[in-house]
Design a protein around this ligand. Structure first.
Ligand SMILES: Cc1ncc(COP(=O)(O)O)c(C=O)c1O
Length: 362
């Protein structure tokens, strides 16, 4: 048994999942209270009148191949958000357990914890040799020892590359964190932006049970609307978390879209597109760095850049007047003056540069 299951909510021991209807498409299906007709506009493969396959084997196999782990180590989820949510529900008892985060970071870790009634201990990112937003390994390890208001920390969320700062955490820091935390809490590394980074990813180590990894088709594979992600971990943890999720997890059109997206040819295309985004990220960052109102453009390994402006409000307003949405982080601790800009198409990037140039000159 994986050591991770020792951290499970004790009230979930022996939990039995809902028994879903068998997905056999060829049998006469009179076991799931579906209807037998489909609409003439329903061009889906299996038919929207049918419940989806509770565990679409081909998709799991494809995701396993994509992340270079065995299929038993992959749990498909409704985006990484769903994985974050089920992790907190599985490991944190309301009012008793906590998660650790390192701000500034992706907001859903905190949201999922609050919804579950779990505590949150924030150990902010610190200046490290690699980045102004490095992990405070010592602080996180201490947080795991002391807990949040005496609530033990069960999960340590690490976002790498981090949203919104863009940096990837150094392997040395992650190794040190894993060693320091040991089996007291599970380190969950969110690699939503891994495909845009130079790093190799941690999926294999997750499958071996050292940690858990979150991946998604929303970013580099351009499927944010389909809501397909994956949690990678040891098979026992994957099986347990699957049992806690709804039986018919992924809508069949989303599974069908994900299957189209994960053919070898589609993956080659997606990798080329991700490489284009990385190239445009460089051009955008250089153009921004040349602008007079820009104080800093942080190095990014995601599909966005974090920019510190002298006057963030003017920058955001000017984008807004030009019909461009960017994300203002300037009121978040440690991010004064900062705005996150997603790398767009070439013409979108030209438009944002033009709008920001305007802001500097008004
Ligand atoms: C770091 C990080 N993790 C997860 C997500 C959510 O991804 P998904 O669309 O797979 O739920 C995001 C979305 O912005 C993100 O920035």
């Amino acid at each position: 048994m994986s050591w991770q299951l020792n951290l499970l909510r004790p009230d979930l021991a022996g939990f039995k999942a809902y028994s879903a209807a068998a997905p056999d498409k060829n049998a006469v299906r009179l076991h799931a209270n579906e209807v037998s007709w489909r609409r003439d506009w329903d061009h889906s493969d299996v038919g929207l009148n049918r419940y989806p396959d509770p565990m679409p084997a081909l998709l799991v196999e494809r995701l396993g191949r994509l992340y270079r782990v065995p299929p038993e180590s992959v749990l498909p989820t409704r985006g990484s958000d769903d994985a974050i949510d089920v992790l907190v529900r599985a490991f944190c008892l309301a009012g008793r357990d906590a998660v650790a985060i390192s701000s500034p970071t992706f907001g859903m870790y905190q949201v999922a914890a609050r919804v579950q009634g779990a505590g949150v201990v924030d150990v902010p990112l610190v200046q490290s040799p690699e980045s102004p937003f490095g992990l405070d390994v010592e602080g996180l390890s201490e947080a795991v020892s002391t807990g949040a208001d005496s609530m033990p920390v069960k999960l340590v969320f690490v976002c790498s590359p981090n949203n919104p700062t863009g940096n990837r955490q150094a392997t040395g820091a992650l190794d040190a964190l894993l060693e320091r935390v040991g089996s007291r809490a599970i380190v969950v590394v969110d690699e939503a932006y891994q495909e845009f980074s130079g790093g190799s990813g941690l999926s294999r180590r997750a499958a071996d049970g050292e940690l858990l990894v979150l991946r998604t088709l929303s970013k580099a594979y351009g499927m944010a609307g389909a809501r397909v992600g994956a949690l990678v971990g040891p098979p026992e943890t994957v099986a347990l978390l699957r049992a806690l999720l709804p039986p018919y997890l992924l809508p069949s059109p989303c599974v069908e879209a994900a299957l189209r997206m994960t053919t070898p040819a589609a993956l080659v295309e997606a990798r080329a597109r991700a490489a284009d985004i990385v190239a445009r990220r460089g051009s955008l960052a250089r153009a921004l760095a040349r602008m007079p109102g820009v104080l800093e453009v942080y190095p990014s390994e995601g599909n966005f850049v974090l920019v510190r402006f002298g006057d963030a409000e003017a920058a955001v307003d000017s984008c807004s007047r030009a019909g461009i949405l960017v994300r203002d982080f300037s009121r978040q601790p440690g991010l004064a003056g900062c705005v996150r800009i997603t790398v767009g198409s070439e013409s979108e990037n030209e438009r944002v540069i033009a709008a920001l140039t305007e802001a500097v000159h008004v």
